[in-house]
Every structure is written in C-alpha cells, then in structure tokens.
Design a binder for this molecule. Structure first.
Ligand code: MN
Ligand code: MN
Length: 465
C-alpha cells in the first residue's frame, strides 16, 4: 500500500465521520459489550412496569451495598443511598468527596415507564362467548401493533379492606396469556382501506381474558363469573376492586438476541430501560469523587406530570436535602450541577429513509447519541443545550475514549418529540439529551444494538469521572 497523499492525510485529520462502535472496539471491549447485554436482558424481563423496574433497581442497589434514604436523613461523603418515591420512581445516589457548591451534582435522568395498554376502572364484560377487559392506552402507541400478540397483565390492586395485592400473569411458560382481537383479512376489505390511526380504534383495544362459562344455568354472565371467581380465589378480588387498581397489559415477549450474529436485542420497553439500566449500573458499580445521582422516573410517556413524574418537586426536594445535609447552598449547587437526560432516540432506518436526514440521524451501532435539542417545528419545547456544555461533555467522552455520535430525531418539520431534559434544565442545571438509537420505538417489540447499550454505559461512567 502506498503512503497516504498529503491531501488524504489532511482530509482525515480535518473532517468528521462517525464510526461503527463494533468496528473500532477491541476484542476485549466487544466481549464486555456482549456480557453487559446479558444483565440488561435479565433486567428487561423482570421490569416491564415502572413498579417492577423500581423494585428491580432497588434490589440491584442493595446488592451493591446501597441503603434506603428518607427525605431529611443526614448524609456524608462516601454514602451509597437509594430514595424510593411511591414505589414508582427511584433515585440511586453516591455522595462524593468534592465540594458540592463548587462541583454540583452529576445527574443521569432516565425513565422507567413504557407505552402500554392500561385496564379501565370498570373493565370487565362478557359478550358472545368471550370475556374482555376495557382499556385506555398509555403513551404514544400505534394501536394496530397491539392486536394479535400475546399479552401479560401486570399491576397492583388495592382491595376494599385496604390490602394491596400485586398481580403478574403471562410471564411464566405455564401461565396463560391475554390477547387483543384483530379482524381476519377475509373480512377486512374495508378495514384495509382505513388510515392506520383508524384501523384499530381505542375502544377496540379490549383484552380477551376468558371463555369458560360458570356451571350454573341461572347466572346471566357465566364467563364473567368464572373470571371473577378465579380473580377472587387468587387475589381476593371482587369486581369493585378494579376501581382502585392499576393493571397494565404489556407484551408477554422475553428479551431475545436478534440476528444470526447476536449483535442486537429485541425486547419490550427498551425506551427507556436501555438508558435507565446503564444509568443505574454506572452509579452502583463505579466510585466517583462527584455526588452522582441516577434518576429512574415515571410518567415520561404522558408528560412527566404528577407525583412520580420528573416535574414533581420531590426530585428537587431530595437534592436540596442532600445539599442542606452537607452544609451547601442549594442555589449554588444547582448552578454548578450537570445532567445527562438519558432517553432513546430514533435509529436511522433505511426502510423508512424518507423521514430521516441521514447526516444528522443516529446510526445503529455508532454509539450513544447526543441530541443537542429535541422538540418540533423550530426546536419548540426543547432545552437546546449550549455549545459550552456540549464542549464539556465532548471532552469528558474524549478523555475516556467513548465512541458516541450526534443525533436529531428526524427531518426538520416531519415530527418531533421531547424528553425530561427541559424539566431538569428549568431548575438551572446544564442538561443535554443522550441515548440509544432504537428501531421501531414504542412498538411492542423494539430493537437496539448491544454496542449502543454499552456505549451509553461508558458515556455515563465518563460523565461521573
Ligand atoms: Mn423515552
Ligand atoms: Mn417514549
């Protein structure tokens, strides 16, 4: 091979091109990518709702020596703590040795709720040999994707006497699963001409839960009685208890490797476990001089509202309590803090090339993607991180050899989306979005690359150093 020409060498040193992380990773690093993916898949199968993700995160934190923190507790350097908010969001944190007023917090904010189909409060009815549950979907779904697949029911029920029962049916091989009916093609001539938003409508997302009539000729709704009898026997429930229940239908699929080379992972709920799992692991597995927090929050998919969403003051209360406990001025601490808003982005998909702008779209396996801004129609609703903060984060990644890329969700004016970044930035904390590119985001089964999962983890560690 001839030496590079002067122009070739100059071009290489002056131009920018993203890299495929698999391609540039060493053999050891590749092995680490695949090993890290195994723990992630276990987490995915265990944690399909925010309640389960919160509980699973607490278990992992405890196993690493973290103990529970309650608002108002005193903390000191070296403490390893987790703070649970109503069983649906959790902040896992380490108190560092550096001066909090000068150094601030290092926050990684991710979410643990996922799009799904929630059961209504008066859901149960029998019709034409079948028993169903009425639903109201949660988050942005393509409704037609949720028909004709195996579903599991997960949730919590508060019984009349105040007792709480947890419910999870459809995950074990021996469990039954549930189902949303679709129309056979033979009779779908008209349905097939409909707009995809109308192919299956919200009130058609009824979950099939039974078909066995109760053996008593005098009962009107015999299948409904069979279903109620089983719910009563197993959970002590009666129909009225749905009034104070939160039950979700989620895909019954397990996380699996995708591709003959096992480079990818298919699963329900990569958005946003593919960020919350590495956020959690980066804090529990690595020491830091900074005070670092992994926030795993709820309700992002419906606007981050309420007591468990990131707009709730509880997260600021927690940080203020930590600052107070360390004798630091909270306003100064916030001004010195930095946050990675860790949420997924769209992976460029050649099957739908028309909606992406290829130069600025996230490529699968090219690493965690930094989004300077999200939003829609002229960056509206986005925090639009500053060049200065991007420069800082870029240097952190450079120092640690993180392979990463930049991303914009799609073509200008094609659509858009938001994350929790704005809510953290509004607290006066420098924040930028980062996350893993996802194929078929918000579908019952989404796909990501093991390289991007691991890059995300590496990026979080670099951010904590
Ligand atoms: Mn998300
Ligand atoms: Mn989402």
């Amino acid at each position: 091979m001839a030496d590079k020409s002067e122009g070739q060498a100059k071009f290489e040193s002056l131009s920018y091109e993203r890299k495929n992380y698999f391609e540039v990773a060493s053999k050891e690093e590749r092995e680490q990518m695949f090993a890290f993916a195994e723990g992630y898949k276990r987490f995915l199968d265990e944690a399909k709702t925010e309640r389960e993700a919160c509980a699973a995160a607490v278990e992992i934190a405890k196993a690493h020596g973290f103990t529970e923190y309650k608002l108002g507790d005193k903390v000191s350097a070296g403490d390893k703590k987790y703070f649970v908010n109503r069983g649906k969001s959790v902040v896992v944190f380490r108190v560092g040795s550096r001066n909090l007023e000068e150094d601030g917090f290092r926050i990684i904010a991710s979410h643990i709720d996922c799009p799904r189909v929630d059961i209504k409060q008066v859901p149960l009815y029998e019709d034409s040999g079948m028993c169903f549950l009425k639903t109201h979907y949660y988050g942005g779904i393509k409704k037609y994707q949720w028909t004709a697949i195996p579903l599991a029911l997960h949730g919590a029920v508060i019984l009349k006497d105040g007792r709480k029962v947890e419910l999870k049916v459809g995950e074990e091989e021996s469990d039954p699963v549930f189902y949303i009916n679709d129309l056979l093609p033979h009779l779908a001539q008209e349905q097939m001409t409909l707009n995809a938003a109308k192919v299956i409508e919200g009130e058609q997302l009824n979950v099939l839960v039974g078909g066995l009539p109760y053996a008593d000729k005098d009962v009107k709704d015999k299948i409904k009685l069979t279903v109620l009898s089983i719910l009563n026997e197993k959970y002590g429930m009666c129909e009225e208890d749905f009034l104070s229940a939160e039950i979700s239908a989620v895909p019954a699929f397990k996380a699996r490797d995708v591709g003959i080379d096992r480079a990818l992972i298919g699963a329900y709920g990569h958005d946003d476990r593919v960020c919350s799992y590495p956020a959690l692991m980066s804090v529990v597995e690595n020491e830091s001089e900074h005070t670092v927090l992994a926030m795993l929050v709820d309700k992002e998919e419906i606007g981050s509202e309420g007591t468990t969403g990131l707009q709730c003051e509880v997260y600021s209360d927690l940080m203020e309590e930590i600052a107070l406990s360390l004798g630091a001025n909270y306003r100064r601490v916030k001004a010195a803090s930095k946050c990675l808003s860790a949420d997924v982005t769209a992976a460029y998909d050649p099957n739908f090339a028309g909606v992406y702008e290829k130069r600025n779209a996230a490529m699968l396996s090219s690493g965690a993607a930094i989004c300077k801004f999200t939003g829609s129609r002229g960056k509206s609703g986005s925090n639009d991180a500053s060049a200065e903060f991007l420069g800082e984060v870029r240097q952190m990644f450079e120092r640690e050899g993180v392979v990463w890329q930049t991303a914009e969700l799609g073509k200008v004016d094609i659509g858009g989306g938001g994350t929790v970044a704005v809510y953290v930035a509004n607290m006066n904390i420098d924040t930028v979005d980062i996350g893993v590119p996802v194929i078929s985001m918000h579908a019952p089964y989404e796909v990501i690359s093991k390289a991007d999962l691991y890059s995300n983890y590496r990026a979080f560690i670099a951010f904590m150093k």
